[in-house]
Design a binder for this molecule. Structure first.
Ligand code: SF4
Length: 471
């Protein structure tokens, strides 16, 4: 057999019916993650057709996108303020009960952002196919799973059949070598990759992140990388499982145990791409040359080193000049301006990109003994209730509160502002999330994507700040 990539191995193992020139493949799905926002229509469809969920045991529900982050609303002393969110939460409770699906409801200690809880519970495992009605399902690729977001109609297909119609993507090797310098994080690396590939450069591909730099990353960092694959247009991002992966999963509640664990690890070791495997495309990244990165426009590919200037014209792979000009006008920026020193109104640390414990530890390292600048709102939202408890046990939450931050319950929160955690029109938001589209964090909100280090440093100074100056 000719050498195969990680992607080829996982794809082939799940192909129920191969694709033809006229028909897509039928792909078996191991794990279907659902939440309160993109599932209601699909449950209604099942009901109207009189169908059950084909594999409720392969389906897991949580509440994250529109849920409140204020403790009093989460734990019931006050009602959920937003009617739409209250309805979605109640509907998911009803649907999960009716169709026999396990649900981590508002009070469950395991609840959190769907892409944070599944790995920490050991539901995400190497070699799986995983889907969810959320674009950033690519996160789970950090474990060597083939994981991607699907639309509401496809959620219904998976409910009914546990399969999905898919065209086979091509493979794209992202080869990363060199050590990241102090103050330069996995978030900076993925922003730099998106800047180089462009926001549509990955269209039709599955990325495989490879090289010594990737091998040296923790699982939290690998998840940050894979999470944003979609922002370069890729269907998914994957990293071959290794000892770091196995160590992370070993004691998670739902990972295989005993002899089953040993057998699983032996299988997972076979998933890495074979020497000589051929990719359809490839780029090389020198991680040692990178600086902290920051976006200046309205897509994640409009990104520069933090010490850099806003370009005067779109770079290769970027949108046309008119779109570029519109983006700068929306942001209130001009080509040639420096990023450093620009004023900041809101800082958001959280999301499925950077709401894990290591992200909070990084932010706390900057915030310890410092105060948030006057007039700046710093919102810190852990990715899960487990992350929240861990951060509180380590004293991180106290550091945040002492600095003047608002420390909340877990959820998507200001990543997309569906729960009322929004940024005012015209305000500048330094955010560790993954999308800076127009209006993503609120109507007229201006989002700049950064690492947790840069977010914390900018919160302290009240302006865009190179985190290396505060390390
Ligand atoms: S944090 Fe943002 S990107 Fe992640 S699951 Fe929630 S809404 Fe989607």
């Amino acid at each position: 057999m000719s050498p195969r990539t990680l992607f080829d191995k996982v794809w082939t193992a799940h192909e129920v019916v191969k694709e033809t020139a006229d028909t897509p493949a039928v792909l078996y799905i191991d794990l279907h993650l659902i939440h309160e926002v993109t599932s209601p229509q699909s449950f209604s469809l099942l009901r109207s057709l009189g169908l059950p969920v084909r594999r409720p045991d392969r389906t897991l529900a949580t509440m994250d996108h529109s849920t409140p982050t204020k403790s009093e609303q989460v734990f019931g002393t006050e009602p959920i303020k937003m009617d739409a969110a209250a309805r979605q939460v109640a509907q998911l409770e009803k649907n999960a009960a009716e169709f026999g699906i396990e649900l981590f409801d508002m009070h469950d200690a395991r609840r959190g952002i769907v892409h944070v809880i599944s790995p920490e519970l050991g539901c995400t495992l190497p070699g799986m196919t995983i889907v969810c009605g959320d674009s950033h399902t690519s996160t789970h690729g950090a474990f060597g799973a083939l994981a991607f977001g699907i639309g509401s109609t496809e959620v219904g297909h998976v409910f009914a059949t546990q399969c999905l119609l898919q065209r086979k993507p091509k493979t794209f090797a992202i080869n990363v070598e060199g050590s990241l310098k102090p103050g330069v994080t996995a978030k900076d690396l993925i922003l730099a990759i998106i800047g180089k590939v462009g926001v549509s450069g990955g269209t039709g591909y599955v990325f495989e992140y490879r090289g010594a730099t990737i091998r040296a990353l923790s699982m939290d960092e690998r998840m940050t990388i894979c999470n944003m694959s979609i922002e370069a247009g890729a269907r998914a991002g994957m990293i071959a499982p290794d000892e770091v992966t196995f160590a992370y999963l070993k004691d998670t509640p739902r990972a295989p145990k005993g002899a089953a664990w040993d057998a699983a690890v032996a299988r997972w070791r076979e998933l890495a791409s074979d020497p000589g495997a051929v990719y359809d495309a490839a780029i090389d990244i020198d991680a040692a040359a990178l600086e902290p990165m920051i976006t200046y426009g309205t897509n994640p590919g409009m990104v520069v080193p933090i010490t850099g200037d806003i370009p005067a014209a779109p770079a290769a792979g970027q949108p046309a000049a008119a779109v570029f000009d519109q983006a700068l006008a929306y942001m209130g920026f001009r080509g040639g301006e420096a990023m450093l020193g620009k004023p900041v109104n809101v800082v958001f640390i959280g999301s499925c990109t950077n709401g894990r414990l290591e992200d909070l530890e990084a932010a706390a390292g900057i915030l310890k003994g410092r105060k948030v600048a006057p007039g700046v709102k710093l919102l810190i939202v852990p990715g899960s209730q487990q992350v929240k408890r861990a951060a509180e046990a380590l004293g991180l939450a106290q550091i945040f509160k002492d600095a003047g931050a608002d420390w909340r319950e877990s959820g998507c929160s200001m990543c997309l502002g569906m729960n009322g955690d929004t940024v005012a029109a015209g305000a500048y938001s330094i955010s560790t999330s993954n999308r800076n589209f127009e209006g993503r964090q609120g109507v007229g909100a201006r989002t700049l994507l950064v690492s947790p280090l840069t977010a914390a440093a900018s919160a302290v100074q009240g302006r865009i700040t190179d985190p290396r100056t505060l390390l």
